[in-house]
Design a protein around this ligand. Structure first.
Ligand SMILES: Nc1ncnc2c1ncn2[C@@H]1O[C@H](COP(=O)(O)OP(=O)(O)OP(=O)(O)O)[C@@H](O)[C@H]1O
Ligand SMILES: [Mg+2]
Length: 312
């Protein structure tokens, strides 16, 4: 049994498809990152997995339980770090942790012991008796994540846990997530930072416009993307880029203009031949021509940017 099993998940807001036919699995013990640009549908997908949203079609199983039928069984075994922090502002850091442990019926001595260990690991032990409303965003988020770990969840779901944090706070959070994962907790987080996903996750799912465009280990994704998409850079005299660009555009070739260079994208030899034919038939005065090998994050940025521009 996988910790998470999602089949053909669709979630609409009126007629807008925010999550569009997404299927994937997450194995126990995985560190799984869902990567995508703003508006990709990451939070919408996350809310369904966190059992906070039921109005969807398709099948979603967490720890073997159906999200629509067995919410309570799931909730006792998962930790949730949603977009906004779940803390009581007027209570101190420690009071918050003990309060939430109480909800899970953890014995008080055990909760105190665990609070101390976790607060120390995020360098917040000295702050335990200060009310949360005195804390910075980064400090609140550290306490918020510690709160989610108090119940020793099987799976911890986090929606952009490091967004809007400074480098130190973000690093502390990554540290505690790694620790939790090493201790056996499955971690599922969203991020729009390629570096973060690359650094932390065993497996990555990439979303764009509600769809899952790739999933797997970084190596698997890199192999797929590299096979799927190559580009050719053609340099022209500056005043000719636009004119020749239109020829490619009219033939439906995806491209990007950078100063006096056109970058033309293709996925297979037939498309490449089409580009080369156009160059020769139109007698284009080419200054230089180059194929590109690009880093993974650049390719993703381009992939997602292209589709975005297409919608405008
Ligand atoms: N409650 C809602 N009602 C209507 N539309 C919504 C609602 N929630 C999200 N959307 C839309 O669904 C799409 C996906 O939103 P979502 O918040 O899941 O994206 P995201 O990947 O988490 O983006 P971000 O990186 O900005 O957090 C967006 O276009 C958003 O406007
Ligand atoms: Mg979001």
């Amino acid at each position: 049994m996988n910790d998470v099993e999602i089949r053909n998940l669709k979630k609409k807001f009126r007629s807008f498809m925010a999550v569009d036919d997404v299927s994937f699995d997450i194995k126990h013990g995985d560190f799984f990152a869902i990567l995508g640009p703003n508006g990709a549908g990451k939070s919408t997908l996350m809310k369904v997995m966190m059992t906070l949203s039921k109005n969807y079609s398709g099948e979603v199983r967490i720890l073997g339980y159906d999200v629509k039928k067995d919410v309570n069984k799931i909730r006792g075994n998962i930790g949730i770090v949603a977009e906004s922090t779940i803390l009581y502002d007027k209570l101190t850091a420690l009071e918050n942790l003990l309060f939430f442990s109480g909800l899970y019926h953890t014995p008080r001595w055990k909760a105190i012991e665990k609070s101390e260990k976790l607060l120390k690991s995020v360098e917040m032990w000295e702050w335990r008796d200060k009310p949360v409303n005195k804390f910075s965003t980064g400090m609140k988020q550290r306490i918020n994540i510690v709160r989610s770990l108090m119940s020793d969840p099987e799976i911890l779901f986090l929606d952009e846990p490091t967004a809007s944090l400074d480098l130190q706070s973000a690093e502390t959070i990554r540290y505690i997530l790694r620790e939790a994962n090493n201790a056996g907790t499955t971690i599922v987080l969203t991020t729009h930072l390629m570096d973060e996903a690359e650094e932390m996750a065993d497996r990555i799912a990439i979303m764009n416009f509600g769809k899952l465009i790739a999933a797997g280990t970084l190596e698997e994704i890199a192999a797929k993307v590299k096979n799927d998409r190559k580009s050719l850079k053609i340099e022209f005299e500056e005043d000719e880029v636009e004119k020749y660009g239109r020829i490619f555009e009219n033939k439906g070739i995806e491209m990007e203009t950078l100063k006096n260079t056109l970058e033309l994208f293709y996925s297979n030899d037939i498309e490449l031949e089409k580009i080369i034919d156009l160059v020769s038939v139109s007698k284009m005065p080419v200054k230089s021509i180059n194929t590109t090998t690009e880093t993974l994050d650049k390719i993703f940025l381009k992939l997602t940017d292209h589709k975005r521009q297409g919608l405008k």
